[in-house]
Design a protein around this ligand. Sequence first.
Ligand code: HEC
Length: 178
Amino acid sequence: MSDTEENSSGIGTPAQLISIIVAAFVFPVTIVVLLAQLASGGISLDKDDPSLSAEAITKRLKPVGSLVLASASQQADAKLKKDVGQAVTELSDIATSDADKVKVVYTTSCAACHTSGAAGAPKLGDKNAWAPRIKSGNDTLYNSAINGKKAMPAKGGNVNLSDVDVKAVVDYMVSQAK
Ligand code: HEC
């Protein structure tokens, strides 16, 4: 009787028992993995699939947040700063025409007060503020700009400016107020 029972269950030897245990474990796991792959669309054997392209694979294999990227963006930053610096230098080289130079000098040395009207400075282009000053004559205005007047320091505080440059800017300011 016991022989028949053993045969009907199919387990006769310890080796059979082990293979059935292994099969009972591997089989469902394989099914679950295959189903998961199918559901996530992970299985693709199509050679033209873009996700199987060399780039896509390299990208997937790349370390996350690599340092290479950080240093690349730093290099880009440095290059940008260099380029901007160069552009500024080139611009001031180009600004050798008198009209451009005057505007550069105005912007760097006078605009802080004369564009905002800070400390009671006559604003650029404000005819009413400039009219009485213009009446006092160019020499007076040159003298005030070169040597300073009340709240205005000599040469707007930029002692490196030549008298000629300061006078040119005064002419420019006067021309804007007419
Ligand atoms: C720190 C602020 C400041 C800066 C910078 C400055 N100014 Fe003035 N400027 C003034 C003030 C304030 C007045 C009015 C002075 C007053 O009459 O009370 C004035 C007045 C003037 C006047 C009229 C002077 C007069 O006799 O009526 C001229 C011209 C002038 N500035 C030119 C310049 C030029 C050119 C520069 C740049 C090189 C410059 N200023 C930079 C504050 C400034």
